[in-house]
Design a binder for this molecule. Sequence first.
Ligand code: G1P
Length: 286
Amino acid sequence: MTSKQTVNKCLFPVAGYGTRFLPATKSMPKEMLPIVNKPLMQYAVEEAMEAGINKMGFITGRGKRAIADYFDNNYELEHEIAGSSKAEHLNDINRVMDDGQFIFMRQREMLGLGHAILTGEAIIGREPFAVILADDLCVAPLQQTEVPRAMAQLIELYNKYQCCIVAIEEIPKADTGSYGIISGKEIEPGIYDVTDMIEKPKPEDAPTNMAIIGRYVLTPEIFDYLRETKPGTNGEVQITDALKQVAKEERVIAVKFAGQRFDCGSIPGFVEATNYFYEHEFKANQ
Ligand code: G1P
């Protein structure tokens, strides 16, 4: 186990088609859909930066070039709006571009989240790393400005336990078929030593209603486990199956993070996030 290394890199698996948002995603990556006026992708990168990470690795696919363009200059546009108040709208993304490094790698075949993460080994090497699924948009708890978003909370736990960490949330039992589900032993309030994990079980087969949401801190040994992981649910290589093995042989910790998550991979969650950001961020800053 590689210990006492800090987390400097975050992987963003972004190769998926986003079919639930067709036709919008026919020629545009789902991660570029905006919540009010900011793409999901930027929220995810900002969350990683808030957690002290500055190297961003994207596992992309065909049709996803708009993501790479987004984290680069657009001289023509910048020239057009230079000196006008419109230029201010680029301040946040310019700051993100200045503070981060952006690495893009193509996943030629989409064989599951586990396969996407394994593809990222070339970017990560042998160090611990974060994974953020941009579809799951996390916000800090309202009225508690001192509490950071989910990833910073996971990194704090990683620094304490030096093992793989996943974020979890209690979901309605009827929805277990959409998530990786964990069971575990509570070791601190809201923190569990994972004993089992199952990817997308039917409600009657789910051991609990504690669902993994798209935030992980992984140690580099995960790549060795992933290489051994056979395709599982939906014929895909599942990160959940690899982590189940890590939980058996080493340790995985699950944490009920503070804050709120919006499932922006679904239309109702996307609309809920839009309303939330319009109320709490956009209107508040006008
Ligand atoms: C993936 C993971 C699943 C996790 C979910 C969180 O599923 O496989 O374990 O609960 O992300 O959003 P997906 O939503 O990509 O089908």
